[in-house]
Each structure stands twice: as C-alpha cells, then as structure tokens.
Design a protein around this ligand. Structure first.
Ligand SMILES: *Cc1c(COP(=O)(O)O)cnc(C)c1O
Length: 389
C-alpha cells in the first residue's frame, strides 16, 4: 500500500513455505476454483481430498497402514487427534508439556502452557489435561534427553497413571513456546514409554512439518514414528487446511460420523496442498531448508560470539531462533526482544517473537527465499542488534 518492501523471516507463522504466490500453487487453485469450490466431503466425496490423504499417508513417518482425516485449522486437528486417541484407548487423560502451544480453542487452550495472552480470562478449561516437564537444554543445564524423559515419565506415572492416559501430545520442536529443541533421546524415550503403556503418542507438527526443519517432518530427525501426526500451517501455502494422519487401527476407532465438519478438506485447500507437496518433492525443499539453516546458523553463531545478550542459538533447518538474556545470566530480556523485533520491522525485516518468557526471536523464512535476501535480512538483524545496545 505504501510502496514499502519487507524481507519475510516469518512466512505468516511458518505457512508460506513455498512462497507467497508460487505459480504452480496459484494455477492449481485457479483450476479448482473454476471447477467447484465446495461439496462437503461427507456429502459428496471428491478426488482432491482422497489424493491429499493418500499423499500424507505416503510421506509421514512410518510405513505401517495409515489413514488421514482433514480439518480446517491446527487447533481443530489437535482436538480431533485427542478424540481419536480417546476412542481408541477408552481412556481420557491427555498429557501436554511445559511451554507447549496447541491452539486457542477450549481443549487446546487447556493444552497450551502459557497464560498470557492465550488463556487469561478465557477459562474454565477442558478437564483431564495434565502437564509434564519439557526438555529445555538451555534452561536445564546438565540434564540430558533420557534423564529429562525419565523426569517427565515420573510426573506422568505419579500424577496421571498410564491406565488413565489416552495420549501424550508433543511438538518435536516447540513453536510458540520458544523454538525449544529437546535434548537428543528425549522424544524416542517418551515414544517408547507410550508404546509400552498403550498410550497414543501424538506429534503436533503443525509448525515443524513440511520440510521446515530440514526433514519432511521433525520427528524423522531421531527416527521417531508417532502413532498420530497433526499437520497444518505449511501444508497448503496459506489456504486453511489441517490433518490428522496415523495408524489405521487407531484412526478407525471412532464410530462412523463421529469426526467431520462442513469445510474440512475444502477442495481449494486440497488443490493447494497437492501443489505444495509436489513442490517440496520436485524443488528439493527439504535440502533447501537445510542449506538455509546452515547459512543462518553460521551467521547467528558469529553474531552470538560477539554479543553476550544472545544466550542461545537453536533450532533446525529453516526454523531457527535466538534467546536474548541479560549478559552473563540466563535471565530473559523480553524488553530487548520486543525492541529488536519492532526496529527490524521498521527497517524492512519481518521477525517474530516467541517463548514463555517473551525473549526469543524466531526465524521462519519461506524456503523459496533466495540467498541474497536471506543475507540482506541477516545483515539488517545485525544492524538492529547493534543499534539496540
Ligand atoms: C499454530 C499452531 C497450532 C494451532 O494452529 P491454528 O491453525 O492456528 O489453529 C497448533 N500447534 C502448533 C504447534 C502450532 O504452531
């Protein structure tokens, strides 16, 4: 509107992975728009929905028989994953983690950890949701992944009991909670415990999915195969779509008609998702995410070496963050974080903040970003950090 231009390190919160108007996606959606916009899949099924389901069954971790159901938003898909896990296990409790973010509906608010701005004043929240400690290497010095998993499992066993527990729901790398990457061994140990105790292990890959972390899905990094995987955000290039994909026997547990919705798996969104999945595969976007990550991480670590306000540089692939602290401590500096994000925006760089303590700058560039814009954005970030001393 004002002739300004901005370098995008946010992708509309990890959504426009293939860019803002990738020609193949625009064409696919235009073709679908000219054909039909809606039938309601439960009334008149259509090919696009089935093809998206087949594609997700193919590309998600694990080679067991799978099923997929489509919904509109990440939160709606998380809710459905919980419904499916309850129907399958005949149990009710759900465990989420410190710093977790799963959405803003009533059940997902209960699962989300942070009070302000997500929950304050919006209760009462859904019952049977319990919280376990996360592995947060920067703030858990010395506790490795297996030990952090034992700590979480002890809380779950003592406070919930596997005989009452339907599902453990976890983001393999936490998004809104601060791009917290759990220590190696944490996720595999939790998944193994779930398997041994008839508990459905649900990976919320709404933010981490679709090549973002340099794997197609972040679980793959440690070879973890979730029972159910929840996807949204990057799935359809900005059209509203989400999915639950998982083991056929678990997905088949709810009665016919028990899951659904008027718009879930909308034809335009499905056309977009098929274009996104094809672009990820043919344009090598998993490798591109790794290359972006390597370039950015090297620059950010160099900046960190000369700036003791940067307590931690973390993330994987094109999902990276810096945690800003009072120099020489781990005390969060949320004020600095806000100032840097605002100043970056004024200079033409979109960066997002996150974290339980509000002190994390996160970077989620579209995987279509050329190197010269990536480098220009990192230069701007250095300038802004320098000017905010
Ligand atoms: C954004 C997000 C959600 C919620 O998705 P919506 O589409 O906003 O409802 C759930 N889980 C994670 C990890 C997210 O990042």
């Amino acid at each position: 509107m004002d002739g300004n231009s901005l370098i995008d390190f946010g992708s509309g919160i990890a959504v426009t992975t293939v860019g803002n108007s990738a020609p193949a996606l625009v064409q696919a959606v235009q073709d679908q728009l000219a054909s039909f916009t809606h039938t309601c899949f439960m009334v008149t099924p259509y090919d696009g929905y089935v093809r998206v389901a087949e594609a997700l069954n193919r590309i998600t971790p694990g080679d067991h028989p799978k099923r997929t159901a489509l919904f509109n938003s990440g939160a709606e898909a998380v809710e459905n994953a919980v419904k499916i896990a309850r129907a399958y296990t005949g149990k009710q409790a759900v465990v989420a983690f410190d710093h977790a973010y799963h959405g803003r509906t009533n059940l997902t608010m209960a699962m989300t950890a942070k009070n302000h701005p997500y929950k304050s004043g919006f209760g009462p929240f859904a019952g049977e949701v319990y919280r376990a400690p996360m592995s947060y290497p920067f703030r858990d010095q010395g506790i490795d992944g297996p030990a952090a998993a034992r700590r979480a499992i002890e809380v779950i066993e003592k406070q919930v009991g596997s005989e009452n527990l339907a599902a453990v729901v976890i983001e393999p790398i936490q998004g809104e909670g601060g791009f917290v990457v759990p220590a190696d061994g944490f996720l595999p140990a939790l998944a193994a415990w779930c398997r041994d105790h008839d508990v459905v292990f649900v990976a919320d890959e709404v933010q981490t999915g679709f090549a973002r972390t340099g794997d197609l899905f972040a679980c793959e990094h440690e070879g973890v195969v979730p029972d159910l995987i929840v996807t949204a955000k990057g799935i359809a290039g900005g059209l509203p779509l989400s999915a639950v994909t998982g083991r056929a026997e678990i997905m088949d547990a709810p009665h016919v008609g028990g899951l659904g919705g008027t718009y879930g798996g909308n034809p335009l969104a499905c056309a977009a998702a098929l274009a996104v999945i094809e672009m990820i595969e043919t344009d090598g976007l998993v490798d591109r995410a790794r290359a972006i990550g390597d370039l950015m991480a090297e620059r950010l670590r160099k900046t960190q070496a000369a700036d003791e306000r940067i307590g931690d540089v973390r993330g994987r692939g094109a999902m990276l963050a810096v945690e800003l602290v009072v120099p020489g401590t781990t005390e969060p500096d949320a004020d600095l974080t806000r100032r840097v994000a605002t100043a970056a925006h004024a200079k033409g760089l979109i960066v997002l903040t996150c974290g339980t303590f509000g002190n994390v700058l996160r970077f989620l560039p579209p995987l279509s970003i050329p190197d010269h814009l990536l480098i220009e954005g990192l230069d701007l970030l250095d300038t802004v950090l320098e000017e905010s001393r």
